[in-house]
Design a protein around this ligand. Structure first.
Ligand code: PAF
Length: 283
């Protein structure tokens, strides 16, 4: 029997549910998503269900984190197919508000995201993290759960959210869960569905490039520039030449590393055809 979650669309109703559960001493877990649910999301829900009495999944395609010309419309269409998965998502409650309810007429208040939002995605997608920080804080206020779960695939996003929560004294525990991968290594992403079968094959170069970085690091290579050259070579060999960044950075500050003498995270953002994919690997 599929486990059917209760679907709530009104912020006032979800707040009441959370408060009532917490009055009974229940631990509430929150998994924010933009729909188009895949195994990566389901692993977040599983983690939430394991440690919480009530798990709430939010499904909201947040318009303010997409720049004009990005894939907001395409993403919204994917949401419809994502909703089909909701029946077996395993959550207790799905919160799926309307855009008009979240961004009411005259909405003009936004969160200024922390400094860690500036490099990498911040450079390539100006305004993106302001949209993410704003919606995540709004969700945390609408759903004052005890703990919220995010995937490590969006590495910089997790740093932005952790920093925002610390800086603004938001009473929410943040849990970051490992990236879920396809058997051949491709990181699960809602955007993988946009790939043709030929692009799907070529996209493997992203995971391979990160793996190569990990292997070189493990073998004792200390020069960041040598590792970066090798990473780019693997991407370019697969015809991935529209590269937003290939980076080796400090895991907390995202400042570029020159020498690989300390823990480092490798990150890639690149287009395979028209689809922009991101992935990362702590070394
Ligand atoms: O990671 C995502 O899916 C989104 O950025 C999030 C955190 C749900 C905010 O819209």
């Amino acid at each position: 029997m599929p486990h059917l979650p209760k679907v709530v669309t009104e912020p006032s109703e979800i707040l009441q549910i959370v408060r009532a559960a917490q009055r009974e001493g229940k631990r509430v877990g929150l998994v924010p998503t933009m729909g188009a649910l895949h195994q990566g999301h389901l692993s977040l829900v599983e983690s939430a269900c394991e440690s919480c009495d009530i798990t709430i999944v939010t499904i909201f395609v947040n318009p303010t984190q997409f720049a004009p010309g990005e894939d907001f419309e395409k993403y919204t269409r994917k949401l419809v197919s994502g909703l089909a998965n909701v029946d077996d998502v395993g959550a207790d409650i799905v919160f799926a508000p309307n855009t008009d309810e979240i961004y009411r007429q005259g909405h003009s208040t936004y969160v200024e995201p922390p400094a860690v939002s500036l490099p990498l995605e911040g450079k390539c997608r100006p305004g993106h993290f302001q949209g993410v920080a704003t919606i995540v804080l709004k969700l945390f206020l609408m759903i004052p759960a005890d703990v919220a779960f995010f995937g490590r695939k969006d590495y910089q996003q997790t740093l932005v959210i952790r920093r925002m929560v610390a800086d603004l004294n938001v009473p929410m525990e943040i849990v970051v869960c490992p990236t879920v991968r396809e058997p051949d290594g491709l990181a699960m992403s809602s955007r993988n569905a946009y790939l043709s079968s030929e692009e799907r094959q070529r996209s493997l170069a992203i995971a391979n490039s990160l793996q190569k970085a990990q292997q070189l690091y493990a073998d004792g290579e200390k020069s960041a520039s040598s590792v970066l050259t090798e990473m780019r070579r693997i991407l370019e060999k697969a015809g991935i030449d529209r590269i937003d960044y290939v980076a080796l950075v400090d895991p907390e500050t995202l400042v570029d590393r020159e020498d690989l003498t300390e823990p480092t995270v490798a990150l890639i953002a690149a287009y395979v055809g028209a689809t922009r994919l991101i992935d990362n690997q702590p070394l």
